[in-house]
Design a binder for this molecule. Structure first.
Ligand SMILES: O=C(O)CCC(=O)C(=O)O
Length: 212
């Protein structure tokens, strides 16, 4: 179930609309239109050209596959990250990422020291069901996820499958903030889509424990 309210208490984000979701055990808030479509699509193109994208590989059932999207990891110097055996060392923040990070910090009221960027080149790219529950993010991670470019479906389901799956369409300029036990109890995916032909950049700002 979704409840919407307009955000009137701050002039900075007057035109954004907040959606809250009634998902037991999940604490998610969706800020619609933090960047308008023109700004969002412009930022998407800039990031496609300026970020250091890499094609990671993953082994499954004894075979090595390309991860079905491109990734990049940016952050403070001591913020490395690894998932499914893939090690990522941070590249220095670009000015676009710094500007976006600042806006997201103001929205979430939280600091973020790193960002995992995903490039979905078209609808064939996807991310499978998972939770952002790596130890380095702590017990109750706060993730602020920025969508830029074409719209994609974001799906959420309880890890114990006690509820039906919830689908949310994320549009260019939206920011989804996940907190509390969301990553412990829920998982999410961005499925393939035959109809999507355009790219999307997703930025998941994170607070990792520095490796020192
Ligand atoms: O692209 C998205 O909206 C989700 C990305 C994601 O799940 C992740 O980076 O862990």
């Amino acid at each position: 179930m979704t409840r919407s309210r307009s955000l009137s208490q701050t002039s900075l984000f007057e035109s954004t609309r907040i959606e809250e979701f009634d998902l037991p055990g999940a604490d998610i808030v969706l800020h619609r239109g933090v960047w308008d479509h023109t700004e969002g699509d412009f930022l998407c193109q800039q990031l496609i050209h300026e970020l250091e994208w890499r094609q990671d590989k993953i082994s499954m059932f004894g075979r090595v596959h390309d991860v079905p999207r491109l990734n990049a990891w940016y952050g403070d110097p001591d913020c490395s990250y690894s998932w499914s055996g893939i090690e990522m060392h941070p590249t220095e923040w670009t000015s676009n990422l710094t500007i976006i990070r600042q806006r997201v910090i103001e929205l979430a009221g939280e600091e973020f020291n790193s960002v995992l960027a995903n490039l979905y080149r078209d609808g064939a790219d996807k991310v499978d069901w998972h939770a952002d529950d790596e130890q380095v993010l702590g017990l109750t991670p706060i993730i602020a996820s920025v969508s830029l470019g074409t719209s994609r479906k974001f799906r959420m389901r309880r890890k114990d499958r006690s509820l039906t799956t919830t689908d949310i369409v994320l549009n260019s300029g939206d920011v989804l903030i996940m907190r509390g036990s969301t990553q412990q109890l829920w998982e999410h995916e961005v499925p393939r889509s035959k109809v999507v032909k355009e790219p999307r950049v997703n930025l998941t700002f994170r607070k990792v424990m520095p490796t020192g």
